[in-house]
Ligand binder design. Structure first.
Ligand code: FES
Length: 188
C-alpha cells in the first residue's frame, strides 16, 4: 500500500471517530424532543377530592404535570384544564360514585370552554360553540344558531379512588389532548 493511500485511510478513520464521538450524540440531543412522547399527558392525575364536588355542578380544575417546551422542561406546570361534573350522590360504595370529566379545550379551534352565566350549558367565548350539561354539541334547535363545533366536548377517562391512607376519596383523570376541527376524537 502506498504511503499516500495509507494517509488517506488514516484521515478517514479519524473523521469517522469524530463523527461517532461528537456529531452523533449532538444530533441525537437536538432531535430528541421530536421523538420523545410526553408520557405525562396520558397518566391518571388526581385533580380533586370527591367532597369538593356537588351533584350536577360543574367545577373546572387544572391538570398539573411536566410541560415540555422544545428543550425546556417545566415541572409541576399547568398542562391543561378539565371540567368535572359529579353525577351521583354518596352510595354504599363511594368509589362507584359517577363523576364525568371533559377537556376544557374547545373542539372547534382550541379556545377554553366556560360555563354559561345562567348555569345551563357550556359555551366557548371565541365563536360561541355550545354544549349541554352532558357535553353534547347543542344543535340549531337548542342553541338557536349554527354551532361551529364539529363534535361534543372531549370526555376523558375518570374514576373515584380511595387514598392510600384510607378515608379520603379522590377523583382521578387520564388527561389527553385531541385534535380540534375534526368530527372524530383523535388523540394528539
Ligand atoms: S374555538 Fe371555541 S367556538 Fe371557536
Amino acid at each position: 500500500m502506498q504511503r499516500r493511500t495509507l494517509l488517506i485511510c488514516f484521515c478517514q478513520a479519524i473523521a469517522a471517530t469524530i463523527m461517532a464521538v461528537v456529531i452523533v450524540p449532538i444530533g441525537r440531543f437536538i432531535s430528541a424532543p421530536l421523538f420523545r412522547k410526553d408520557k405525562q399527558s396520558s397518566r391518571a392525575v388526581r385533580v380533586a377530592k370527591l367532597s369538593q364536588l356537588e351533584v350536577g355542578k360543574p367545577v373546572q380544575v387544572p391538570i398539573i404535570g411536566n410541560r415540555k417546551d422544545g428543550w425546556t422542561l417545566y415541572p409541576q406546570a399547568v398542562i391543561g384544564k378539565v371540567w368535572l361534573i359529579r353525577r351521583s350522590a354518596e352510595s354504599d360504595n363511594p368509589e362507584s360514585v359517577q363523576v364525568d370529566a371533559y377537556s376544557a379545550v374547545c373542539p372547534h379551534l382550541g379556545c377554553k370552554i366556560d360555563y354559561s352565566d345562567n348555569g345551563s350549558h357550556f359555551i366557548c367565548p371565541c365563536h360561541e360553540a355550545a354544549f349541554d350539561a352532558q357535553g353534547e354539541k347543542m344543535k340549531l334547535d337548542k342553541a338557536g344558531y349554527n354551532n361551529p363545533s364539529p363534535r361534543g366536548m372531549d370526555q376523558l377517562n375518570c374514576q373515584v379512588v380511595a387514598s392510600e391512607a384510607g378515608g379520603e376519596l379522590w377523583v382521578e383523570v387520564e388527561y389527553e389532548r385531541f385534535k380540534f376541527g375534526l368530527q372524530d376524537k383523535v388523540v394528539i
